[in-house]
Design a protein around this ligand. Structure first.
Ligand SMILES: Cc1cc2nc3c(=O)[nH]c(=O)nc-3n(C[C@H](O)[C@H](O)[C@H](O)COP(=O)(O)OP(=O)(O)OC[C@H]3O[C@@H](n4cnc5c(N)ncnc54)[C@H](O)[C@@H]3O)c2cc1C
Length: 290
């Protein structure tokens, strides 16, 4: 979608939001898949209520982009614009055992920054790409931990009230790759309460998690991490692997040879290819478990 209405463009500029026209979302996603649209880069949280009112008033559909590591974006010219936050400086401020983190902060750098100040707990998140906001939205986790366990406060733009508000951690439910945030809520910042640990101990934990990832995941290839959530008590990857589906392809979309729940873009896969592959695998697993 291209924003061409001069009144809208002038209002966007007055909100100090940067307008980039015709970006290729394939360059913004870890899968390397995605069509073109306009991108609005938000530099100040205060401009968000005005920006969203403007887009709604002009019926301009929008979606929110973090680091693009958990997204399968459609092909071709997209019927919505993309909003993305730029990172505040500094993006992490520590106060005792609390870390106040900007939603646009890189998750991995946040984990290592906290580690250097003897704050641990998030070792499992070290290989998870993307932003802290994206991790919050999905309650990202790995190796038995999830970010939601450490959340004490979230500053967010709430679509329901059209205001920037702060929620306490106990007002939010964090479940397995799911949170109680509304689909249009926008995470802006979070306060994490982290356990004190020595840097050496945290680094040791990080090394162990890194080794596990390196041993099991196709880290050099374009992916969005696991495609399917695990069923209760089970493993989606094992179910796919047991059916011998590693290597199954549609065009350049391929079930990884390394980890059957990672679907990779082995060349020039389109969203259509990836969706067909997902549908094919889902159907075969459903048939086998009927
Ligand atoms: C190699 C690899 C390994 C991975 N391993 C794991 C893993 O172990 N565990 C795990 O949980 N995930 C994993 N992932 C998936 C992904 O990295 C995480 O889910 C990550 O937290 C997504 O963050 P992001 O900023 O990239 O979000 P995006 O992909 O940009 O967005 C994901 C969703 O969150 C929304 N969103 C993003 N930022 C915000 C915000 N500030 N406010 C509101 N909504 C927002 C988007 O609109 C979208 O709906 C992996 C991915 C890859 C490529």
């Amino acid at each position: 979608m291209r924003l061409e209405n001069r009144e809208v463009l002038a209002a966007i500029a007055s909100l100090e939001v940067e307008h980039r026209t015709g970006v290729f979302l394939s360059e913004y996603t870890s899968l390397g898949i995605g069509g073109t649209t306009d991108l609005l880069l938000i530099r100040k949280h205060d401009s968000i209520p005005g920006l969203l009112r403007l887009l709604d008033d002009h019926r301009i559909a929008h979606k929110f982009l973090g680091g693009g590591s958990n997204l399968l974006v459609g092909d071709g010219e997209l019927p919505w614009v993309v909003l993305q936050l730029t990172c505040l400086d500094p993006d992490v401020v520590l106060e005792g055992k609390f870390a106040h983190v900007d939603a646009a902060a890189d998750l991995g750098r946040t984990v290592t920054y906290c580690a250097k100040h003897d704050l641990g707990g998030m070792e499992g998140l070290i290989g998870v790409p993307g932003t802290v906001g994206g991790a919050l939205r999905m309650n990202a986790g790995a190796y038995g931990m999830q970010i939601g366990s450490y959340v004490r406060e979230v500053k967010l733009y709430r679509a329901a009230t059209r205001k920037i508000e702060t929620l306490r951690g106990d007002q939010i439910s964090f479940e397995y790759r799911h949170t109680s945030f509304a689909p249009d809520d926008m995470m802006l910042a979070v306060t994490l309460e982290l356990p004190s640990k020595s840097y050496q101990e945290i680094i040791q934990g990080i090394r162990i998690c890194n080794e596990k990832r390196r041993a099991s995941q196709p880290l050099g290839q374009k992916s969005a991490g696991c495609i399917f959530k695990n069923p209760p008590g089970g493993s989606a990857g094992r179910m796919i692997d047991d059916l011998g589906l590693k290597g199954l392809s549609v065009g350049d979309a391929r079930v990884s040879d390394r980890h059957a729940n990672f679907f990779v873009n082995a060349g020039k896969a389109s969203a259509k290819d990836m969706l067909s592959l997902i549908a094919e695998v889902r159907e075969r697993v459903e048939k086998a478990t009927e």
